[in-house]
Each structure stands twice: as structure tokens, then as C-alpha cells.
Design a protein around this ligand. Structure first.
Ligand SMILES: Cc1cc2nc3c(=O)[nH]c(=O)nc-3n(C[C@H](O)[C@H](O)[C@H](O)COP(=O)(O)OP(=O)(O)OC[C@H]3O[C@@H](n4cnc5c(N)ncnc54)[C@H](O)[C@@H]3O)c2cc1C
Length: 500
């Protein structure tokens, strides 16, 4: 598959055109299906590739290096779409649907986000009612659904009530998009990832059979969590591929570029900046490998590792791309340059499938409430004495929970972030003996943790009150006005009433 992807990218792909046209080339889907890319973890008996988690990551790192659109297309289908079916659909449904998905005869995705709720999944308002015959009727609206207008099968998550109106909890349903009542709304004109469209979806008295149920009634969030946690590590694997490609190009550029101090490749500051980005990429690689091999070996991988992969993987990966862009100077800012497109496309990774802030606050809150869980994570590895000392400091900060709500949010985000750095420091420390670069990565990661601890212990700043800050921002209007450009219709797309 890796060879296929490299050859395919070399000979057939035009990322710039895909980006400009906001579409994937039509032949790509059948080519990818032939190469096995649409059924990565579907069992071979059902037409898939039965790939391990480690090998799945390798495929996504390669895809991510080539083009985020290809990577996200495959990730939406394989992780958002197929994973919940694989984990929670009935055997009959799996037998009917999975071979079609692996063969590229149909696409799939998941619909969770709504116009009024994104990160706060429990607040969703899409509803399902169970009827006496065991079927369900779904009503509501979803937003931002990748491939939502193209997928034949959509995993829809909705708040379920029984015949008597009792709330049974959020529940997952596998919906065939050809069912009456399934509506496809506008396509979002996103900043990046332009070739993978996102849509609004609506469900208007959409009736599904009992077999559409994914997992148990009321277990939708558990189903989604079991399926999507792995997807978070896959996102980190993708952005790592893009960061590697960006650093490959930046490193090459420095060798041929002269600046005031001589060769750019010899400049100490640039070497330091690039080595830091390389260390970040290696740290993320160590982390994603740790998660994937743990899963392949059947070990329980605690949630904190996945959060760490999503938070630090996506933050550090995107920062490494930004570093490469900066080192490339004006060439980095070219729209025709892979690095520029990666910079735009991978910005999303810090937002979707749980934004950095939402996940840090959640992780920090959990660890603060259950200090034992952090201690357990630490016990599973063998940190050196200096690293253990830093980890003790993180635990002390976690224990010092403020009472006031806003201060608690800040504290939780800090604890979540520190915990992620602590995990990364433990892991890279264990790998330090592997090579000179691994040793550098371990010391770089430890230094990042120390810097953050130093800041956390530093002087406490008082936030302006909400009213003070509201007034401050309201004053901007005196400097810059408050202008919305009038939107002229760029193209006419509505049916002409005289022609209907
Ligand atoms: C290109 C694209 C593709 C997508 N594909 C899909 C898809 O296929 N299926 C699907 O269901 N959804 C999809 N989404 C939706 C995506 O998962 C949500 O955008 C994401 O979960 C964030 O939700 P939101 O945008 O509503 O942000 P909000 O929940 O409104 O949050 C806004 C910001 O507030 C901050 N924030 C949020 N919560 C907290 C907190 N607890 N503490 C502190 N700060 C916080 C963060 O900075 C966050 O970025 C997609 C989105 C995009 C842009």
C-alpha cells in the first residue's frame, strides 16, 4: 500500500487542482478500493485487509505526508465510518455492509456535531423514538459531516426515548442515506481540506429498522468513544507524516540557500529550530507507536494516551509544519508548495474530533478528580529520577484545585496540558538510548515540560472581568468599525422558477 501510494502520488495526483476544484478525482475512489485502502481494518473474510493498528498508522502517516485530503477521506471512511460498524453493528449488518465498503461500492461516515453543539456532545438535540415494533424514527439536524452528502451509510447519534417518552440516552444508528427523510443541505466552504466536502444533514421522520441499532440503546457515547479514540491516534499519525514531508523540504532548502551568516544549513539558530521540530515529530512518533503496539498486543491503553496523541500530536505536528514554512521563507508562503497546503489543511486538526482546549480541560478535570489514575499511568512506565521529580510537581499542581469556576477551567486546562507533556517525557525518556536523535528528543521533551512547570509556578495574573473585556473589545469599533462585506451572489444555482 505504501508503494502504491507513493507511485500514485508521483504519477496521478494533482493536489493543487483538487484544492482549487474542491473535489477528489473520481477514479481515485476505485483505485484506492483496489489497493485495499477502503477496508484497512475490515476482516479479510469480509473483503478487507485486517491491518494491525501499527500498520494502519503507517498507511495514514504516508497518506498524511502526501495530501491531507486523501488522508481525511480514508480516515473518515475507515475510522469515523467503519469503526463503529465493526465494533457495534449486528453480524448480519456487518456481513451486508462491510464488503461493500471495503470494495468502494459505498462510502460511510459519522454524524455527531449539530448546529448548536460541537464539543459538548451530550447537549445534542437530534432525537430518536422507539416504536412498539422495535423500529425507530429519527428527527433533527447535523452539521459539518464529512462526506455527509456522498456516504451511503451514516452513523447517526441521537437522544433516544422509548414509546412512553422516557429518555434512554444517546444512541447510535446505522442509517442508509437512501431512506426517505434523509436530507442533504449545504456544503461548507472550508478554509482547507477543500477536496473533502462537509455537509449539513437533516432527518425528517426518518424511520430505521431495529437492525440499524449500533450497540445497545443508550450506549451511543460508549460506542462512539470505543470507535473514535483510535481515530484520534490516527490523526496524530497523519499530521506527523505531513510534518515529516515539510521538514524534508525545509532541510533540503537550507542546504542550497545562502544567508548573511553563510549557508542556511550551518546557521545555529536554524539548526536549533529544525532540530526542535524534528524532536517534536519523533516524540509524536514514539507516542503513536506506543499506542498502536499496545493495542496490537491486546494491552489496555488508558484514555489519557489517546488524549495526549490528539492534543500534542496535532499541536506539535502543525507547529512543525509552521516551522518548516518559516524556514522556507517566501517559498513557504507559495500556494503551489506542499508545505503551504499542509499548513492550511492541518490547522483543522487542532479543532475537530475534540479541540485542544476541550480535551485538555476534560483530561485535567478527570485527573484532578481522580489523582490515582495519574499515579497509575506513571507506574506503568519507568521514569528516571529527574523525570519522576517533574511528575511529582505536576501531581502537586493537580491537587491544588481552585474553587472559582473560571479559575477551575484554567487549572484543568493546565493540568491536562502538563499531564500530556509528562506522559510524552516519560515515553521519550524510555526511548532515549535508541539513537543520538532519540536522546536529543528526550531532553527536548523534558525541557518543554520544565518550561511549562516553571510558568505554572510563576506569578498569578488576574483576568480582566468579562464586562471589562467586553468593553475593551467593543471599543475596537471606534478604530476599525464593524463591517460585514455585502455578499454578492458569486454564481446562480437556484432553479429558475420560470423553468420549473
Ligand atoms: C472540516 C470539518 C470536518 C468535520 N467533520 C465532522 C464529521 O464528519 N462528523 C461530525 O460529527 N463532526 C464533524 N466536524 C465537526 C467537528 O468535530 C467540530 O467542529 C468539533 O467537535 C468542535 O465543535 P465546534 O466547532 O462546535 O466548536 P465548539 O464546541 O463551539 O467550541 C469552540 C471552541 O471553544 C473552545 N472550547 C470548546 N469546549 C471547551 C471546553 N470544555 N473548555 C475550554 N474551551 C472549550 C475550543 O477552543 C473550541 O475550538 C467537522 C468539522 C470540520 C471543520
Amino acid at each position: 500500500m505504501l508503494v502504491f501510494l507513493r507511485t500514485y502520488a508521483q504519477n496521478f495526483l494533482n493536489s493543487r487542482l483538487m484544492d482549487e476544484r474542491r473535489s477528489l478525482p473520481p477514479a481515485m475512489i476505485s483505485d484506492f478500493a483496489d489497493a485495499g485502502l477502503l477496508g484497512l481494518q475490515i476482516p479479510q473474510a469480509l473483503g478487507g485487509q485486517s491491518l494491525s493498528h501499527t500498520d494502519t498508522n503507517r498507511v495514514f502517516t504516508q497518506l498524511g505526508a502526501i495530501d491531507a485530503n486523501l488522508a481525511i477521506f480514508c480516515a473518515v471512511h475507515n475510522t469515523l465510518g467503519i469503526a463503529p460498524i465493526l465494533l457495534s453493528a449486528t453480524e448480519d449488518v456487518k456481513g451486508q455492509v462491510l464488503p461493500r465498503l471495503a470494495a468502494g461500492q459505498a462510502l460511510t461516515t459519522s454524524a455527531i456535531s449539530e448546529p448548536a453543539v460541537g464539543s459538548h456532545v451530550r447537549g445534542m438535540t437530534t432525537s430518536a423514538i422507539r416504536h412498539a415494533d422495535g423500529s425507530y424514527t429519527i428527527n433533527g439536524a447535523k452539521k459539518w459531516i464529512s462526506l455527509g452528502g456522498d456516504a451511503r451509510y451514516v452513523n447517526v447519534f441521537a437522544g433516544l426515548r422509548d414509546e412512553r417518552g422516557r429518555h434512554l440516552g444517546i444512541t447510535g444508528f446505522l442509517v442508509d442515506s437512501r431512506t426517505p427523510g434523509f436530507g442533504i443541505g449545504a456544503e461548507m466552504l472550508t478554509l482547507g481540506l477543500r477536496a473533502v466536502p462537509q455537509y449539513d444533514l437533516t432527518f425528517n421522520n426518518l424511520r430505521v429498522p431495529p437492525a440499524a441499532l449500533l450497540g445497545l440503546e443508550g450506549d451511543g457515547l460508549a460506542t462512539a468513544k470505543a470507535a473514535f479514540m483510535g481515530g484520534r491516534a490516527v490523526l496524530a499519525a497523519m499530521v506527523m507524516g505531513a510534518a515529516m514531508r515539510s521538514l524534508e523540504l525545509a532541510q533540503r532548502f537550507t542546504k542550497g540557500r545562502a544567508v548573511a551568516t553563510g549557508s542556511l544549513a550551518e546557521n545555529g539558530r536554524i539548526r536549533e529550530v529544525l532540530a526542535g521540530a524534528g524532536a517534536a515529530v519523533q516524540a509524536v512518533e514514539t507516542l503513536t507507536s506506543h499506542i498502536a503496539s499496545g493495542r496490537d498486543d491486546g494491552r489496555d491503553v488508558p484514555d489519557a494516551w489517546y488524549f495526549c496523541a490528539k492534543i500534542l500530536g496535532c499541536e506539535l505536528g502543525w507547529n512543525a509544519i509552521d516551522t518548516a514554512l518559516q524556514v522556507l521563507g517566501a517559498r513557504g508562503f507559495l500556494d503551489t508548495n506542499t508545505v503551504g497546503q499542509h499548513f492550511r489543511d492541518y490547522r483543522l486538526f487542532r479543532i475537530f474530533e475534540g479541540s485542544t482546549e476541550a480535551l485538555s480541560v476534560y483530561l485535567g478535570t478527570t485527573l484532578t478528580r481522580h489523582p490515582d489514575s495519574f499515579a497509575k499511568l506513571v507506574r506503568r512506565t519507568h521514569p528516571s529520577a529527574p523525570v519522576l521529580h517533574l511528575i511529582d510537581q505536576v501531581a502537586q499542581i493537580a491537587a491544588d484545585r481552585p474553587d472559582e469556576a473560571a479559575a477551575r477551567h484554567i487549572h484543568a486546562a493546565l493540568v491536562g496540558e502538563l499531564a500530556c507533556w509528562a506522559l510524552l517525557t516519560m515515553l521519550t525518556g524510555e526511548a532515549a538510548h535508541r539513537s543520538a536523535m532519540h536522546a536529543y528528543t528526550a531532553s527536548w521533551t523534558e525541557h518543554q515540560l520544565q518550561r511549562r512547570l516553571h510558568r505554572a509556578y510563576g506569578p498569578h495574573r488576574h483576568l480582566p472581568t468579562r464586562a471589562e473585556f467586553d468593553d475593551h473589545v467593543a471599543d475596537y469599533a471606534q478604530v476599525i468599525g464593524d463591517i460585514d462585506q455585502r455578499r454578492w451572489p458569486a454564481e446562480e444555482w437556484r432553479p429558475d422558477p420560470l423553468l420549473r
